[in-house]
Design a protein around this ligand. Structure first.
Ligand code: ADP
Ligand code: MG
Length: 683
């Protein structure tokens, strides 16, 4: 079997044991690894026309030596050598070498030379960094040379040579795992050609095409693995098969005070279908802020209840738990469901009661913070877990429930609007549902960006809205939960605003307050006893006070774009026109760009995309915990379209009978088999 994975490095001519070791340190263990060790950029040695280059460019030209070289020596080993030369029989330039006087004897009048260096167009001087003499072996001149990430004793020159050698020796054995059908469909060049070109592109276009082919391959194989894993883990049917009457759910939906959006209906249908399946559901529900995720979750919780199971809803903060608890009670008021609340601040007795009722099955749905996943929490029959704003937990709740010996269906909701394709990638084995539209009648939130010196006018604006019986949030940044300075900022800002808004009540909310104190303030705000809420970012997630129409964000440049969008989503929840005012004096161009982006769009997906582009995917998803895979060639900030393409193709292929049986897919199956995916259980 000619499998490049199995050919040891030392089979490459000129590669000994010592150097093999050095390559191992770079993660290169086989011929396959070596030829897939791609350059991260190219050095351009293509010959340039002097009339077209710009001052300061790094250029390569071919020239004829015109004068005897002049050498000035100073210090030990230091020298400066100049020589006049003619380029294209047209331009007389001066080349300058530093500390290269040993080349002197080779600079013979009338001979050709190829020089690379920095061009000073005013003085017509080229400061030479590399010189080559045609006729001798001159591999660089006229080409794009790959630049690899190297270290240890491995030099750029050497790795270029050895990769070149490996390609000469084994290039013929490169096989193409991509089904011809897809290569043709997307106009992809063959794998062998792509690998040759990525190391030695003829030109920029050649490099681009090679890269596109390899990005597709990487993402296609990645998606295939995910889907194979999913389809095998699914066939296990180890989940709960919920049994309920659709008519009951329809009745519940009809009783809502509003019409569901089409998106909501579609997603509810997806959830109900998942619940009925015997495998366990693991679905991500993403929807922009205000898209109405809660009611969608409620419908699923209701179906779960009707099937005779308990449900749980897990949220990141107590305020939010309280609020969801309230809204579920309202939604299910006439259905006889017992809703429980489990948060850290319960008294011992309250807590004991709730735990007992969960165990006995008295509570049908429990809402809580991470208190819900603690050891001593036992359910009688847990059938569905909903987690809201999951990016805040940073743990895999599913695993935790599994460890408890439970295998409930899991619905994870996130308002961090990640483009769909990225969500699929990041969340691996999850299915994804998206709420694509906001409920009708919502007005665009008008967003303005002002400098700090306009604070008085902002306060005046708040006052105007208060006169119209509206309410306002003022957010100041919290950098560290424990940071005293931030709390002090909030306290100062609160005092300043209260002094200005005579006759209105201004509340204060920050991380240092006791839970019941926070709750009290939140309650007052939601009942309009407090008209303005000054807060650190604890209101970032989820709270719903439709009468609030103004969101002022102080030092807005200290927040990430997605976070700003989250905060903005706290207003615009009622019928009235809402406003978001960003107060910031960002110094950097990027900071200003971010503020402008916020004023330009209300679309969370668009904002997530911009955020991603400004910050890069690693940062965007937070830590490694997010499970974002690292790709060798693909860059998710820019390769969206390819990812989507690859995903569709992989899905189609896995569904086909042929993929599993036909001989033509054998190489592909073998390749996937190398990771033992077709057998191994990853969970
Ligand atoms: P999010 O997706 O941000 O969690 P919520 O579930 O809090 O959004 O919903 C935001 C508001 O919109 C709530 O007041 C909710 O009652 C309301 N809502 C949800 N769906 C609809 C709908 N189809 N029509 C009108 N209002 C809706
Ligand atoms: Mg919500």
């Amino acid at each position: 079997m000619n499998n490049l994975h199995q050919i040891p490095l030392q089979d490459i001519h000129g590669l000994g044991a010592a150097r093999s070791k050095d390559l191992n340190a770079l993660g290169i263990h086989s011929v396959s690894d070596l030829i897939e060790y791609f350059p991260f950029r190219y050095e351009d040695y293509r010959l340039r026309d002097l009339s077209e280059v710009e001052d300061g460019d790094r250029i390569t030209v071919q020239a004829k030596i015109h004068s005897l070289p002049q050498v000035q020596r100073y210090g030990r080993n230091k020298s400066r050598m100049t020589c006049k030369m003619m380029v294209d029989d047209q331009f007389m330039i001066t080349s300058v070498w530093f500390n290269r006087h040993f080349l002197k004897d080779r600079l013979i009048i009338g001979k050709e030379i190829i020089v690379t260096g920095k061009w000073d167009s005013k003085r017509q001087v080229l400061t030479v960094s590399e010189s080559e003499f045609p006729g001798t072996h001159s591999p660089q001149a006229g080409s794009l040379q790959p630049v690899y990430s190297v270290g240890g004793s491995i030099t750029q020159k050497w790795i270029r040579k050895i990769i070149h050698q490996a390609l000469q020796q084994y290039g013929g054995l490169i096989r193409d795992p991509i089904p011809a059908f897809y290569s043709e469909k997307h106009n992809l060049i063959p794998r062998k050609q792509a690998i040759m070109s990525i190391h030695h592109p003829q030109d920029a276009l050649d490099g681009t095409e090679a890269r596109r082919r390899l990005v597709y391959e990487e993402l296609f194989l990645f998606q295939l693995k995910l889907m194979i894993f999913r389809s095998t883990s699914r066939s296990k049917a180890d989940g709960i098969q919920h049994i309920f009457d659709s008519e009951d759910i329809r009745k519940f939906v009809r009783s809502l005070p509003f019409q569901l959006t089409d998106s909501q209906k579609k997603v509810i249908a997806e959830l109900l279908s998942d619940l009925r399946q015997p495998y366990s559901m693991n679905r991500l529900l993403q929807g922009d802020v205000g898209s109405g995720k809660t009611v969608v979750a409620a419908a699923a919780l209701y179906a779960n209840f009707k099937s005779g199971f308990q449900g749980a809803m897990m949220v990141p903060t107590e305020i939010l738990a309280e609020q969801h608890y309230q809204s579920l009670q309202d939604l299910f008021a006439s259905y006889g469901l017992e809703i429980g609340l489990l948060v850290g601040s319960l008294t011992n007795k309250q807590r004991k009661d709730v735990l007992a009722s969960l165990q006995s099955g008295l509570i049908d749905i429990v809402v809580g913070t991470h208190a819900l996943i603690q050891e001593n929490v036992h359910f009688r029959s847990l059938g569905l877990v909903v987690t809201d704003e999951q990016h805040r937990f940073g743990v895999n709740q599913r695993t935790i429930f599994r460890h408890k010996g439970l295998n409930p269906d899991v619905l994870t909701m996130t308002a961090t609007p990640i483009p769909r394709t990225l969500a699929i990638t990041a969340f691996g084995d999850m299915d994804v549902s998206t709420l694509k539209e906001l409920p009708k009648g919502r007005k665009e939130i008008k967003t303005y960006w002002v400098k700090h010196n306009l604070m008085k006018r902002v306060l005046g604006f708040i006052q105007k809205e208060l006169k119209a019986h509206r309410q306002a949030y003022v957010i100041c940044p919290l950098i560290e939960e424990s940071d005293k300075i931030d709390v002090q900022n909030a306290i100062d800002l609160h005092a300043e605003i209260q002094a200005f808004l005579v006759g209105y009540k201004v509340g204060l909310l920050h991380g240092r307050q006791a839970a019941d104190e926070k709750e009290q303030v939140m309650l007052q705000f939601s009942e309009n006893e407090v008209q303005v809420l000054v807060s650190t970012t604890v209101v970032e997630v989820g709270v719903n006070v439709p009468n609030a129409t103004v969101m002022v964000i102080y030092d807005a440049d200290r927040f990430g774009l997605s976070q700003l969008h989250q905060l903005r989503g706290r207003v615009g929840r009622g019928q009235a026109q809402s406003y978001c005012i960003l107060i910031a004096d960002p110094k950097s161009e990027m900071g200003q760009e971010r503020m402008r982006s916020m004023t330009k769009t209300n679309d969370g997906f668009e904002i997530a995309r911009m955020d991603l582009e400004l910050r890069g995917p690693g940062d965007f998803f937070g830590t490694k915990q997010s499970g974002m895979p690292e790709f060798r060639v693909a860059d998710l900030a820019h390769d969206f379209e390819v990812l989507e393409m690859a995903r569709e193709d992989a899905a189609e292929l896995v569904k086909s009978e042929e993929f599993w049986t036909a001989a033509k897919y054998l190489p592909l199956r073998e390749l996937l088999d190398q990771d033992q995916l077709l057998e191994k259980e990853l969970d």
